[in-house]
Design a protein around this ligand. Structure first.
Ligand code: URA
Length: 225
C-alpha cells in the first residue's frame, strides 16, 4: 500500500514536473514538487518556493525550513514522518505573493498529491494554503488555531513558520499549534461530535463541519519515501 502510494506519487511527479501552464515555468530553476513520506498521516502546506527552494528543488530548505524542522522536532517528528508541499510548485520572482491565476492553475497538483497520500490531517501554514484548502477568503487570523473538516480530513490552519523569522514571539504560538496538531493526530480515532470543529459551513462546499470523524532519473526521486 505504501509502496503503491510512493509509485503513484513518483509517476505524478514525472507527469507534471515540466509544467509550463503559467508564467512561473519560465523563470523557475526547479519545479518544487514537495518531499517527505508518501504515506504520511500529516501533510504540511506552505505558500511557494523561495530562492533556496527554487535552487535545490525541495520545499522549506531556507530559513523558514529551519524553523519548520525545529517545530517538527518539538513534536518528535522529522521530515521523513510527514509530507511537505506548497500551494505553488514554482518560485514567484522576487518572492512576490502568489497570483490568484497561478494558484488556480497549480492547485490541481496539490489536490492530487493529497488524494494520493490520503493523510488524516492537513496542516495549512499561512494565508494562501489555508484559504485554498478551506475554500474561503476569511483572514488567517480568524482561522488559525481552529479545527476544520474537509471531506474526510481534519484541516488545521496555523501561521506560516516564516512569521517567526520576523516576530520571534510567534514561535511560541507555532509551538503550541504543533503540540495541538500532534494531540489531534494521537486522538484522531476518538474525535467526536464536539471536537472543536470550526464553523465555516457558510464558506462554500469544500468545508464541512460534519462531526463524526473515523480515523535519477533525477535527484528528485529521493524526495519521498
Ligand atoms: N516558504 C514556503 O511557503 N514554502 C517553501 O517551500 C519555503 C518557504
Amino acid at each position: 500500500m505504501s509502496e503503491d502510494k510512493r509509485e503513484k506519487l513518483k509517476e505524478f511527479y514525472f507527469q507534471i514536473k515540466e509544467c509550463m501552464e503559467c508564467e512561473l515555468g519560465k523563470t523557475r530553476t526547479n519545479f518544487v514538487f514537495g518531499s517527505g513520506n508518501s504515506s504520511a498521516e500529516i501533510v504540511f502546506i506552505g505558500e511557494a518556493p523561495g530562492r533556496n527552494e527554487d535552487l535545490q528543488g525541495k520545499p522549506f530548505v531556507g530559513q523558514a525550513g529551519k524553523i519548520l524542522d525545529e517545530l517538527l522536532l518539538s513534536i518528535g517528528f522529522n521530515r521523513s514522518d510527514v509530507f511537505i508541499a506548497n500551494v505553488l510548485k514554482c518560485r514567484p520572482p522576487e518572492n512576490r505573493d502568489p497570483k490568484l491565476e497561478e494558484i488556480n492553475i497549480c492547485k490541481k497538483y496539490l489536490l492530487e498529491q493529497i488524494e494520493i497520500i490520503d493523510p488524516k490531517i492537513i496542516c495549512t501554514m499561512g494565508k494562501y494554503s489555508t484559504q485554498l484548502i478551506l475554500n474561503t477568503d476569511t483572514a488567517i487570523t480568524k482561522l488559525r488555531g481552529k479545527v476544520f473538516r474537509v471531506e474526510n480530513r481534519v484541516v488545521l490552519p496555523i501561521n506560516h513558520p516564516a512569521a517567526a523569522l520576523y516576530t520571534p514571539s510567534r514561535l511560541g504560538i507555532l509551538k503550541e499549534d504543533f503540540q495541538r496538531t500532534k494531540m489531534i493526530l494521537d486522538d484522531y480515532e476518538n474525535l467526536g461530535a464536539n471536537a472543536g470543529l470550526g464553523d465555516l459551513a457558510d464558506k462554500g462546499p469544500a468545508v464541512s463541519t460534519e462531526p463524526d470523524l473515523q480515523k535519477s532519473k533525477n535527484e528528485q526521486l529521493g524526495l519521498f519515501q
